[in-house]
Design a protein around this ligand. Structure first.
Ligand code: HEC
Length: 133
């Protein structure tokens, strides 16, 4: 009977719907996994990064990366000490490209993806890693 087939087709539609919803939730998670699961390889030139760092970062993070730039006092929490133990190249890169919120910190750390190309960010990260701890 047609009455029997209706619930059946409705079931089919809601199953399809449920699958679509699941995909909508799962795909970004999977994409995220792919992005963060990539092993990050730093490919930067510290010498090229030095002037870029001085122009774009030193006012807040300080010439030596200690978080003591001339603007530092205006921020609470203050700019991070970029020489702190355990701050890896990937986190340095992500925070710089996508801003503080990309690494669970505040948007007071600006994103530089519209200001600097990826190679320049690699160079800056290489320079930061050359600074003394
Ligand atoms: C306008 C000030 C300002 C400028 C300019 C700035 N930062 Fe920051 N940055 C901050 C602040 C403030 C934080 C800390 C945010 C927080 O604590 O939530 C931060 C955090 C960071 C972090 C996160 C470190 C951690 O503790 O995990 C990195 C990496 C970073 N900055 C790199 C850079 C680099 C590289 C540049 C230059 C390309 C730069 N920042 C320019 C203010 C700035």
């Amino acid at each position: 009977m047609t009455i029997d087939s209706k619930p059946g087709s409705l079931n089919g539609i809601s199953r399809l719907f449920a699958t679509l919803v699941l995909l909508m939730v799962a795909l970004p998670l999977l994409a995220d996994e792919v992005v963060t699961g990539q092993s990050f390889e730093l490919d930067g030139d510290a010498q090229a990064g030095k002037p870029l760092y001085r122009t774009h970062c030193a006012d807040c993070h300080g010439e030596r990366g200690r978080g003591d730039g001339s603007w530092a006092g205006a921020y609470d929490p203050p700019p991070s000490d970029l020489t702190r133990e355990g701050l890896g190249a990937e986190r340095l890169f992500l925070a710089t490209r996508d801003g503080g919120m990309a690494v669970g910190m505040r948007a007071t750390m600006p994103a530089f993806r519209h200001t600097l190309d990826e190679q320049s960010i690699h160079d800056i990260v290489a320079y930061i890693q050359s600074l003394e701890h």
